[in-house]
Ligand binder design. Structure first.
Ligand SMILES: C=Cc1cc(F)c(CN2CC[C@](CC#N)(n3cc(C(N)=O)c(NC(=O)OC)n3)[C@H](F)C2)cc1O
Length: 299
């Protein structure tokens, strides 16, 4: 259109660049081993009409930015799926020495806050479970493993939509590789870990399936903390008071002990959950097949 000058068509700023001066801290949303997630109001017109965003920041040791952190930002930026939290941009400080990840804010929080408050029926629980499988199936199709799939990392958009909300431990699996071996331990979510992860730190697409099984258990218990995986596994130990060590958990899993079936869990779902916890990684279903099976059960 000849009479519109180029400057009128170009956006004056890249909408994925957020300036610190327009970000007003509201409250902390979560704390992790390596950093935290905080709720901010992004208010460039400074009149309170801005939008809420979730900002993930690393605890900065003397200014260097761990390369794994830039990786997490690149991963989320590259993902585009209705069951994965949306990347909005970055906020840099000190000439790029500090980089913060800006994501969409889902005020209903994670399943851990949402499910205990809303007594959802089994059909809606299975709809959420299927959506998690759809997000994870997409993540696996991009050759990423999540390594921290749990109800605490699944966000609720509304009564009929959930999204995978955090990718802090996500890793890329190169073509032709099957496993990702970890060195760092951090505060590993061992009660969501497959047996081969506990024994050999070997993570794979199949170990995400195991974690999905534990997440499905959490959903069907409506994230009742009295039935939480850490508590349930500790009860299954001989001395229930003792601090559960990874060794005791491995022994328990090697004896084929598993989390109990939640009270209103349909038989087909019990079968599906137990297949996710097969000792042999190759015996576990894929997210593609889990989607089909959950679809069939919900019908
Ligand atoms: C540096 C590493 C690190 C730091 C952390 F704090 C956590 C833990 N954190 C993850 C993000 C979290 C849960 C999820 N998914 N969440 C995101 C939103 C959102 N986008 O709206 C939200 N909303 C909400 O609570 O609304 C009331 N919660 C919640 F902050 C816990 C994990 C980490 O790897």
């Amino acid at each position: 259109d000849p009479d519109i000058s180029p400057s009128e068509t170009l956006p004056d700023t890249d909408s994925s660049v957020f300036h610190k001066r327009y970000l007003k801290e509201i409250r902390e949303l979560g704390e992790g081993h390596f950093g935290k997630v905080t709720l901010y109001l992004h208010d460039p017109s400074n009149d309170g009409t801005g939008e809420c965003v979730a900002v993930k920041a690393l605890k900065q040791e003397n200014g260097y930015v761990p390369d794994g952190w830039m990786k997490e930002i690149e991963i989320l930026k590259s993902l585009d799926h209705s069951n994965i939290v949306k990347y909005k941009g970055c906020c840099t400080e000190l000439g790029g020495q500090v980089v913060q990840l800006i994501m969409e804010f889902l005020p209903l929080g994670s399943l851990r806050e949402y499910l205990p408050k809303r007594k959802l029926g089994v059909p809606q629980c299975l709809m959420f479970a299927q959506q998690i499988c759809q997000g994870m199936d997409y993540l696996h199709s991009q050759r990423y493993i999540h390594r921290d799939l749990a109800a605490r990392n699944v966000l609720v958009e509304n009564d009929s939509l959930v999204k995978i909300g955090d990718f802090g431990l996500t890793k890329y699996i190169p073509e032709g590789e099957i496993y990702y071996r970890v060195r760092e331990d951090g505060d590993s979510p061992v009660f969501w870990y497959a047996i081969e992860c506990l024994k050999e730190s070997k993570f794979s697409f199949s170990s995400d399936i195991w974690s999905f099984g534990v997440t499905l258990y959490e959903i069907l218990t409506r994230c009742d903390q009295r039935q939480s995986p850490p508590l349930k596994f500790s009860e299954m130990m001989d001395e229930p008071r003792g601090q559960m060590t990874v060794m005791v958990l491995i022994k328990l899993l090697e004896k084929q002990l598993r989390l109990p079936c939640p009270k209103d869990c349909p038989h087909e779902v019990k079968m599906l959950m137990e297949q996710c916890w097969a000792s042999e990684p190759g015996q576990r279903p894929s997210f593609t097949s889990l989607i089909e099976r959950l679809e069939a059960i919900r019908r």
